[in-house]
Write a protein that binds this ligand. Structure first.
Ligand SMILES: CC(C)(COP(=O)(O)OP(=O)(O)OC[C@H]1O[C@@H](n2cnc3c(N)ncnc32)[C@H](O)[C@@H]1OP(=O)(O)O)[C@@H](O)C(=O)NCCC(=O)NCCS
Length: 167
């Protein structure tokens, strides 16, 4: 494995003020907007670790604990929690701030997995992860367990046969 890189070196925070174009029919922020921001934050953190382009290969299930309102400041804190040979898991902690009152609500936490690519678009080895704190070490252990579950799920997936291929 390549020489290691610290968790703190690729930790990032992405914030966006939620406007009316982010609304769903109920007038709150659309869940897809939050997912996209998570993917952007996770991808950026993974790229900072790998110093290579990355693609998303897996997104763990996402649950939203409370709505995000139009006018809130949505913030995603992203960090790499576990690294395989070519894949990286990132943790996304999402909060929404009422800018007028300063009240901050934790809306959800999610885990997205990326694969680093070489110039030919093939999966390429990434630096190992250096954990400096007990919290980072715990997250890394949990990340390894989550990845094992993902790969087991992938193994059990039944391929879909498309009926209407024209080729
Ligand atoms: C990423 C991609 C290039 C990998 O192809 P590949 O090299 O044949 O895939 P592999 O099976 O060797 O997997 C590469 C790594 O991804 C991991 N991986 C693959 N599928 C995964 C899944 N469902 N969940 C978690 N990890 C997964 C593998 O464990 C491996 O990790 P490791 O090297 O750390 O052990 C290919 O799957 C791809 O292009 N996918 C589409 C990505 C994309 O376009 N995403 C945007 C959204 S559509």
């Amino acid at each position: 494995m390549k020489e290691g890189r610290k968790v703190s070196e690729s930790r990032i925070t992405l914030s966006q003020h939620m406007g009316v174009t982010e609304a769903n029919v109920l007038g709150n922020v659309h869940g897809g907007v939050i997912m996209k921001l998570c993917d952007e934050a996770g991808g950026t953190s993974a790229m900072k670790h790998a110093r290579r382009p990355v693609v998303t290969v897996a997104v763990d299930s996402m649950s939203f604990h409370s709505p995000v309102h139009i006018g809130n400041l949505l913030t995603v804190q992203a960090e790499v929690t576990w690294v395989g040979r070519t894949s990286l898991e990132t943790r996304l902690v999402v909060t929404a701030e009422d800018i007028m009152t300063g009240t901050v609500v934790h809306t959800n936490t999610a885990y997205f997995v990326y694969v680093a690519l070489d110039d030919g678009g093939c999966a390429v080895e990434v630096p190992s992860l250096i954990c400096e704190t007990e919290e980072e070490r715990i997250l890394q252990e949990e990340g390894a367990a989550r990845q094992a579950l993902r790969l087991e799920r992938r193994r059990q997936e039944r391929p879909i046969e498309l009926q209407n291929n024209v080729n």
